[in-house]
Design a binder for this molecule. Sequence first.
Ligand code: GDP
Ligand code: GDP
Length: 465
Amino acid sequence: MTFKVAIIGRPNVGKSTLFNRLVGRKLALVDDTPGVTRDRRVHAAKLYDLHFDVIDTAGFEDAAASTLPGRMRAQTEIAIREADLIFFTIDAKSGLMPDDKTFAEIVRKSGKPVVVVANKAEARGAQGGMLEAWELGLGEPIPVSAEHGQGLPDLRDAVISALGEARAFGEEEDADEEAAASEVLIGEDITDPDAEPSYDDTKPMRIAVVGRPNAGKSTLINALIGEERLLTGPEAGITRDSISVDWDWHGRRLKLFDTAGMRRKARIHEKLEVMSVQDGLRAIRFAEIVIIVLDATIPFEKQDLQIADLIIREGRAPVIAFNKWDMIDHPQELLAELREKTERLLPQARGIQAVPVSAETGRGLDKLMDAVIRTHRVWNSRVSTGKLNRWLEGILAHHPPPAVAGRRLKIKYVTQAKTRPPGFVVSCSRPDAMPQSYVRYLSNSLREAFDMPGVPIRIALRTSE
Ligand code: GDP
Ligand code: GDP
């Protein structure tokens, strides 16, 4: 099954040129005469190993029109509706125009996966337009020159990360839409960068439970789900042998994915001694929040730390359950010790929620789920550009970036480019020269200032020239 791409953008950004580049032949669309039949057409396209269809929207508009006529808008909307993926195209050379924002709004509302194509990137001064494109809040702009055929490998990679490998390569026959959407962080995350943070708690929160064998995963899952346990799956479009459970916790809808504990019964003789990394990885990829179950009597073995690290690197948020708490003699001392260890051993995401529980007696489960929900909110959080830059002023006043080779590094501004997890773009002079320690300082300071404990925070440096 191939996917369909709609190339969207205001007139003259280079949509037809990009279309021709992808379709691989010179269709006479660039100078299409107004008035001729302007049907939407679909053409087979190729980007290295990716095969897909492109919806031709180039004929929709009158290139001379400076406004956005209703008809064009309507047809753009139709194309978006039909598409599985949108190439939102801007002209990096000219920079953002008001119409770009109008189109971006339409794209954003559709909720479809989107790749921002910063076209004409080979032109002088395109860097500024690239940076502005971040402000659309549609994710990372991919610099491309449709005319010169540059930047196409990056475009390919962006498609894969927007759609997920399975869909990009058409391996999944009937991809589960929800699952696909969860992989498409770019497309899903889009909100006005300056809008008040909104949090949708009506969609099922996707969680996974991981941990070493015998930590108590199955017991915990049974305790959480109880009798309402509903095994569904295999989930189409995810993995052939994954399993999910839907349930709700005091009215909050949850979807639990693919845990080793649940699957063990079916695969008794397989790799019981080591948690399969593959299993864990799969569960983590499809989850938003990952509960790491640790046996409190033997916590923080190497493998536990590896899995936590993996979760953070995958951009998911971990919550730790110290299980078998009923067996602990000095709970208060141990809890203090374990929390201190959590901070020390997992500094990548300071403030990870860590909750003592007994899966067997059910104690602590309410607190655990509260921590899960709280973490999910943080993971979804968005900070307005205004607040970020007020924060930045404080930073620059009290702890500015160091001088490198006698020249002080400058930071111009900060925006949040994505959520789930929070990702920020710091626009600065000489990103290459910025010391890692300073980037860590920024990340820790952001975490503290905007109360984002326990989730990965990503910072991308961009040049401000
Ligand atoms: P559309 O209206 O969005 O379909 O844009 P076109 O594909 O017709 O391109 C508009 C103009 O931009 C044409 O003059 C193209 O030659 C030019 N153009 C398209 N792609 C590029 C590019 O990558 N670099 C430069 N410098 N110009 C480009
Ligand atoms: P899994 O391999 O991680 O799924 O672990 P299980 O759920 O099968 O549990 C492993 C063993 O630990 C079983 O004997 C459970 O009865 C026991 N266990 C699980 N949770 C608790 C707990 O909270 N307290 C105590 N004392 N034992 C537990």
